[in-house]
Write a protein that binds this ligand. Sequence first.
Ligand SMILES: Nc1nc2c(c(=O)[nH]1)N[C@H]1C(S)=C(S)[C@@H](COP(=O)(O)O)O[C@H]1N2
Ligand SMILES: [Mo]
Length: 258
Amino acid sequence: MSGKIDRRGFLKRGLAITSAALLGGCEGLSDQPWVKRILDSTENLTLFSQRTLVSSSALAREYAEDEISPKFRANGSTNPDDSAYQAHVANGFADWTLTLGGLVEQPLALSLADLRKMPSRTQVTRHDCVEGWSCIGKWKGVPLKALLEEARLKPEARYIVFYCADDLGETGTEAGKYYESIGMVDAVHPQTILAYEMNGETLPVAHGAPLRLRVERQLGYKMAKYVMAIEAVAGLADLRGGRGGFWEDRGYEWYAGI
Ligand SMILES: Nc1nc2c(c(=O)[nH]1)N[C@H]1C(S)=C(S)[C@@H](COP(=O)(O)O)O[C@H]1N2
Ligand SMILES: [Mo]
């Protein structure tokens, strides 16, 4: 467990030093409005380093089918204790719809059948949990980019937020439920998908049925399971605990790059 965290800490320190050197020689880049916004916050220095050193479209490693883990561990919520969710399970998610709203021109409500008709991507990737375990799995789903293109983001939209059905047994309230958020670079990344299949089968409840996020260049807690609604927003401060996610509100970092 600590080995993983140490490795990440080491990597981040290295990147921070490199980025300090880089910043010295790239005035042109730091004049860009998006770079200015990122540099406004020192907390985002690691994000800036990663974006500068690793191309924004660099792919996470993909694996061969014979490297898929024989058993993929399930973690966090594995069967949401929520009556609306359980009703969806009982009828095979036939009436379930994903809503996409917020700062978009065209809000969407899509059934699983609608999502399955959209372009899909399949990828075999490694999932790294901050607790120190990893598993390789195959995921199939709709690229988030395709949904965002259909909904047409307004220019003010800077983050995409995912609202889930579960609360990890914490609060029993709507506001206490799991949620997550990502920035636009990850939102339009080709490996960022909303997965409805895992290892060639319908996504099981334990792994987030009917739909879960995969953001392959970040840690496991970013990969929201049981996604019910998606919202495009300009900022995260006004949402729930104000730090952009269930675990972030409890002290984890918002940018969980691997
Ligand atoms: N809605 C929801 N999403 C979640 C969690 C959760 O408890 N609830 N746990 C997170 C954590 S910490 C990890 S490691 C992965 C686990 O995904 P898995 O159950 O498919 O292994 O889901 C993430 N997404
Ligand atoms: Mo995790």
